[in-house]
Design a protein around this ligand. Structure first.
Ligand code: HEC
Length: 165
């Protein structure tokens, strides 16, 4: 087989087996995990609302719109800035330490070391961008930003729905 044919076969094998590429390349694996676990849904402004129509270069820079509930108000962190000052080991400790809702902390705790390391590698590859998310607000304190109310609301009737229009 000549070199050209070998290259074509290798390219075809890669295209047919993205799982293999993910297994060997932590950045590709990290990108995959971030997409299937929907980290962008909260950590990328406008991602959920637009069905994911946010360029990759702008993703995971956090949100200035908070989530308010009994815990006060939490803001999805700018993960690209979070990792900028952390080693891989510090990132794993932070990811498993937990914090406020509605961040899916159990999902991070369920991840293996290589999975968390892959997400770290992907975030480092994206590089720092954007500004830090606002500080969390304590329960009952004034809320200085826009926020989603993450509290169950009572059902509405036809009359009350019409009244709110
Ligand atoms: C439902 C919304 C939501 C989703 C989905 C989500 N996060 Fe979060 N995340 C948050 C919020 C809100 C915070 C701030 C929590 C706090 O203040 O304790 C946060 C904080 C974090 C932090 C702490 C960062 C720091 O600098 O302290 C990490 C790490 C993190 N998220 C990683 C992830 C990863 C990885 C995914 C995808 C697997 C993900 N998050 C998905 C809402 C979300």
């Amino acid at each position: 087989m000549n070199q050209f044919a070998t290259a074509i076969l290798a390219a075809a094998a890669c295209a047919a087996t993205p799982a293999l590429a993910e297994a060997t390349d932590p950045v590709a694996r990290g990108r995959y995990l971030v997409e299937v676990a929907d980290c962008n849904g909260c950590h990328t402004a406008g991602f959920a609302e637009s069905g994911g129509a946010v360029p990759e270069a702008q993703r995971l820079t956090g949100m200035t719109v908070g989530f308010s509930g009994p815990w006060g108000v939490s803001y999805p962190a700018n993960l690209r800035l979070s990792v900028a000052g952390m080693s891989e080991g510090e990132w794993r400790v932070r990811a498993r330490a937990g914090g406020l809702p509605p961040m899916p902390w159990p999902a991070l705790k369920a991840m293996t070391d290589p999975d968390l390391n892959a997400i770290y590698a992907y975030l480092r590859a994206l590089g720092p961008a954007g500004v830090a998310a606002p500080q969390a607000v304590a329960p009952g304190a004034p809320i200085p930003t826009a926020h989603f109310v993450f509290v169950p609301q009572p059902p509405t009737t036809v009359a009350s729905a019409a009244a709110t229009r």
